[in-house]
Design a protein around this ligand. Sequence first.
Ligand code: SF4
Length: 254
Amino acid sequence: MLFNEVIFGPVKSRRFGVSLGINLLPVDNKLCNFECIYCECGWTEEKRGKAEFADRLVIAAALRARLIQMKQEGVKPDAITFAGNGEPTMHPEFAGIVEDVAKVRDELSPGTQIVVLSNAMLADREQVRRGLMKADRRILKLDAGDAQTFRLINGPQSETTYQKITNTLESYAGKAEVQTMFLTAKHDGHVIDNTTAASVSLWIQELKRIKPLLVQLYSVDREAPLHSVKPVSKEILERIAEQVRREGIRAEVF
Ligand code: SF4
């Protein structure tokens, strides 16, 4: 499923309430530096020339127009969420756009939270860090406690290591939330199950180092591009969340 607009929604989100989405990526193609086996945008299509990012001025104007319209309709968003057709921090003007969005929010919808969902791949770059820190909530992905599971679930598309990602997450200690997708699947001749005792134990070791403000646990709720992906039950998510809480880290199941 691709978003065909720069501003989409609002949608009623279990995690963020009434959420107005911002898509900084091309409207006709997913653009991401991961290839997660559960991605709601599907697999990345063959690249078709240079990626067309949403224009910074267009984004601010579209958000302004949508917030004015919502005000007239008597609807106030709880959140403005950077999500959409891929990884928002890949936009070359990400930091400036978050600043613009914050200005428009302050003027037209004070109290609405700015949320960024990111896979953290570029979160060690200065420009990206500036943008992430301008948001009210930064929610960074960590689906695995070891390098092999990370590679199998998230399929990083460019040169990176699991260690680099977790070091980046650690550099946001006490300033970011972590979101984790739990699932089972078969992929590349491997069985993937990040809910096993061994996998959860390694993942919790990383969380203790990363010190997130909150861990959000969830599972797939629609068909994934890799058809062998299966959701895990709420009971299993709750059991894992309880283990996280025992380490003094806040955890919520969605
Ligand atoms: S990081 Fe997000 S957008 Fe990118 S492949 Fe994974 S789920 Fe899809």
